[in-house]
Design a protein around this ligand. Structure first.
Ligand code: AMP
Ligand code: ZN
Length: 110
């Protein structure tokens, strides 16, 4: 998708602070962090949201998530969020998982 921000980050046409990458996924620091650790994990392949996520790519995202948790030393706790659609508060329509940590998370979310 030529007009997708996260596709451009995956293609390295737009700079991001990358913390993890492999053939299937990429993770980078959120430009507007809402927690001391705020990482976005995306598939390299464009899909709008989690409803388009296939089992194979999901496996790679889960493996990457575990690696990031170890690398960032956030085993004490974190929150995994995938805002989906208008009511979910999604603003970028390329699937991404927020990995949030470094402080206590409130519940319910806003
Ligand atoms: P969401 O609102 O769940 O769709 O999340 C989109 C996230 O992308 C927000 O937390 C933004 O701060 C983040 N974001 C937007 N542009 C960039 C960028 N160029 N680099 C890193 N993160 C970004
Ligand atoms: Zn995209």
């Amino acid at each position: 998708m030529s007009d997708c921000l996260f596709c451009k980050i995956a293609e390295k046409k737009i700079h991001a602070k990358i913390v993890y990458e492999d053939d299937h996924v990429l993770a980078f620091r959120d430009i507007n962090p809402v927690a001391p650790t705020h990482i976005l994990l995306i598939p390299r392949t464009h899909m709008e949201n989690i409803l388009g996520l296939g089992d194979d790519t999901a496996k790679h995202m889960l493996a990457a998530m575990r690696q990031i948790v170890a690398d960032e030393k956030i085993e004490k706790g974190f929150r995994l969020v995938s805002n989906t659609g208008e009511h979910g508060g999604q603003t970028v329509y390329h699937l991404h998982w927020h990995i949030l940590s470094g402080r206590h998370m409130g519940w319910p979310p806003g």
